[in-house]
Design a protein around this ligand. Structure first.
Ligand code: FNR
Length: 357
């Protein structure tokens, strides 16, 4: 069976430079976490309810004040201009057209202000969040935050699963380290410590601790979402420290290869958070029913990473629109078949391990 998304993936693979394809597709180590993100969804089933009179349906969710027409949002991924010349501008327009939230990567090949402007041209209320790696130099972090605020981003997504770079063996084999000439991580241009007119490298820092997050909180009024939380105790600490939302993520299997599938980590995180803040999830979401399973297990929304890159590489803005349209329609269809009218109707009792009924 070829889904619309796998057809776009196949097309992207044909069109992309194989080295760039591997950068997008690959994971860390043996790619166990990457494979398990999908595998774990396959091991779960939805137990539909019947005769619930579930009409009309409304798939919209509100996240930290931003409305998303469907609970499928766009996770931050680096270097969209490697996938397509229109890069992040195409992604921003397509995401705004789908009425959902774009998390713009700090490692984007377009400056965040241009990304938000492109989204707002399509829809004046388009929501763009900015993903950030806390930098060892606090002045760099605060300048990035200032740029995101100025661009009109409505939340900061702080990725905390990357104290060091993941070891992606495909990239090592391909000797892929840098963007080709003409492309750059535009958000990193002209930051404190950067060469004049040039860009600063994005640093990963194993020295970061919770107090570094407090410093960020003191530097901005934007809500903060912690991305890359897998341990329930970290979820508890984050909530106690005033974090506004959590994103259960293993970075699409690109960091710790031994990390669990995100959908398997979600229930314990949801239990620890106990509804105090929204919980998001990404990793392996490829069908609307995957989103429905994640919502039933306690997520408010899910993110997609690679599917957006495949849509972008295959057909630019139209390809990304197609990905988001298909996932949104599939999610609505899954709601209908489960006897639900809205995302909040998806409850834990609807999920069961396959083979256990
Ligand atoms: C990522 N991801 C990521 N995350 C982040 O916080 N900042 C980033 O710059 C990137 N860059 C990035 C590049 C590429 C090519 C991929 C595939 C992923 C991780 C991303 O936000 C998300 O967690 C995963 O992609 C979700 O898994 P799926 O949907 O790709 O299975």
């Amino acid at each position: 069976m070829t889904s619309a998304l796998s057809a776009l993936h196949a097309r992207a693979r044909e069109l992309l430079d194989p080295v760039h394809y591997d950068f997008f597709a690959g994971g860390a180590g043996d790619e166990m976490a990457l494979g398990e993100n999908r595998g774990a969804f396959r091991r779960l089933a939805l137990l539909p309810r019947v005769l619930r009179g579930n009409e009309p349906r409304d798939t919209a969710v509100t996240l930290l004040g931003d409305r998303a027409a469907t609970p499928v949002i766009v996770s931050p991924t680096a270097f969209h201009r490697l996938a397509h010349p229109d890069g992040e501008l195409a992604t921003a327009r397509a995401t705004a057209a789908a009425g959902t939230i774009l998390i713009a990567s700090m490692a984007s090949t377009t400056a965040v202000g241009e990304i938000t402007a492109a989204a707002r041209e399509i829809h004046p209320d388009a929501a763009v969040w900015f993903q950030l790696y806390l930098q060892p130099d606090h002045a760099v972090t605060t300048e990035l935050v200032r740029r995101a605020e100025k661009a009109g981003c409505t939340a900061l997504v702080v990725t905390v699963d990357s104290p060091v770079f993941g070891r992606r063996e495909r990239d090592e084999r391909n000797d892929f380290h840098d963007l080709p000439p003409g492309l750059a991580a535009e958000n990193m241009r002209d930051l404190p410590g950067a060469p004049p007119g040039g860009t600063l490298d994005i640093a990963m820092s194993p020295a970061l601790t919770w107090p570094d997050l407090w410093r960020l909180r003191d530097a901005t009024a934007l809500p903060i979402i912690l991305k890359g939380v897998l341990h329930p105790e970290d979820a508890r600490i984050a909530v106690a420290e005033g974090v506004d939302a959590l994103m259960v993520s293993n970075h699409g299997g690109r960091q710790l290869d031994a990390a669990p599938a995100t959908i398997e980590a979600l229930p314990r995180i949801a239990e620890a958070v106990a509804g105090r803040v929204p919980v998001l999830l990404d990793g392996g979401v490829r069908r609307g029913s995957d989103a429905a399973i994640a919502l039933a297990l306690g997520a408010t929304a899910v993110g997609v990473g690679r599917p957006v890159l495949w849509g972008l590489a295959a057909d630019g803005e139209a390809g990304v629109r197609q990905v988001l349209q298909v996932l949104g329609a599939e999610f609505d269809h899954a709601l209908a078949l489960c006897g639900a009218r809205r995302p909040a109707d998806l409850t834990q009792d609807l999920v069961t391990p396959r083979g256990a009924v």
